[in-house]
Ligand binder design. Structure first.
Ligand SMILES: C[S@@+](CC[C@H](N)C(=O)[O-])C[C@H]1O[C@@H](n2cnc3c(N)ncnc32)[C@H](O)[C@@H]1O
Length: 324
């Protein structure tokens, strides 16, 4: 079950991040249907937002699902999800930008920004912060990974390649978040402030729920998992690699009713593509549907990347047409 996803910057043809941020920051316009929970991080005030009508349900084949228990209008913001862990995936030394390592910030910043700082121990060329405040705020989390990065990042990167190196590093960052959560000092530790834990599990408890639901699949849907290789992974415009606990509940549909886009600070913004009725499942698309148009191409894509055969209404309808 893929739960760690690339964050992509919005392309120029899509809605500008600033517009999304504006809708989000001006969250009062959503009125009483919206609840907001200030994030623990006093410096950045990153905000986790969940629409009051969003809920979690279960489907025998798909596993956990994101659903609604009330009406949602086209264009409404459903979720601004914060990552549990995020890391930069831009090749070392390349490009002008970095992602601030402070989880509560996660902004993309120019390497030439006057206030940017790096780790004194030179543990990794990928670890940067916007400024001293972000570094101080992130210090205890970074201390957890610093020795590991210094000892292993050059060797691992060479020996296993970027893809596997990033997967190992994000596991270290997930453990760092867990460690800080136990200390009660982390900005990811929103558990105690979050008032609707009953609907969405936060923190390490949420990580523990991330396991495959393959046991519930019919035998026909259980091929051997493909070995991901650099050539089979379409990365798009890279922003970072992140783990989200709430948007990960959204299943795939080839006629999605929601869309997800990373904003410019590593949050995943989920917006309704059409009116959604109470009780409907909220599905997004896991890939660019304009690139995978016919049924066979789309089904191959979900098999290759996520090991399931899509049975969304569009796929079933097209399948029936082909069988006529
Ligand atoms: C990001 S998770 C979505 C949440 C997942 N259902 C869960 O229980 O955590 C992706 C996984 O959900 C399942 N899934 C998503 N969309 C599906 C679909 N249209 N049909 C069948 N399974 C689907 C697959 O197991 C896939 O690997």
């Amino acid at each position: 079950m893929p739960t760690i996803g690339q964050l992509y910057q919005l392309s120029k043809t899509e809605e500008e991040p600033s517009k999304l941020s504006h809708t989000y920051q001006d969250i009062g316009i959503l009125g009483p249907k919206a609840r907001k929970t200030p994030f623990a991080n006093p410096l950045t005030q990153a905000i986790l937002f969940l629409h009051l009508h969003l809920t979690q349900t279960h489907n025998a084949i798909k596993g956990r699902t994101l659903s609604t228990n009330g009406p949602i209008r086209t264009g409404e913001l459903l979720m601004a999800d914060l990552p549990y862990a995020v890391l930069p995936t831009v090749a070392t030394g390349s490009g002008d930008d970095f992602i601030c390592s402070n989880l509560g910030c996660s902004r993309r910043v120019s390497r030439h920004a006057t206030n940017s700082v790096t780790c004194e121990s030179n543990c990794s060329l990928d670890v940067w912060w916007c400024n001293e405040s972000c570094k101080n705020e992130d210090q205890s989390r970074h201390d957890f990974e610093c020795a590991w990065l210094k000892a292993y990042s050059p060797i691992l990167r060479q020996e296993v390649g970027d893809h596997d190196y990033y997967l190992l590093w994000i596991v270290v960052r997930i453990l760092a978040a867990r460690y800080l959560e136990l200390q009660g000092t982390t900005p990811t530790n929103i558990h105690h402030q979050f008032t609707f834990q009953d609907r969405f599990t936060s923190g390490w408890d949420g990580i523990q729920l991330l396991r495959t639901n393959r046991d519930s699949w019919p035998a026909s849907q259980k091929p051997s998992p493909p070995t991901p290789s650099e050539s089979t992974i379409t990365r798009g415009t890279e922003y970072g690699l992140a783990l989200f606990l709430r948007i990960t509940l959204a299943n795939h549909s080839c006629t999605p009713n929601v869309t997800h886009q990373a904003d410019d600070r590593g949050r995943m913004m989920v917006t309704a593509l059409r009116d959604i009725a109470p009780g409907e499942e909220c599905c997004t698309s896991y890939f660019d549907l304009s690139e995978y148009v016919d049924l066979q191409a789309r089904r191959q894509k979900t098999q290759d990347l996520f090991i399931f055969t899509c049975t969304c209404p569009r796929c079933l309808d097209e399948e029936a047409q082909l069988q006529k």
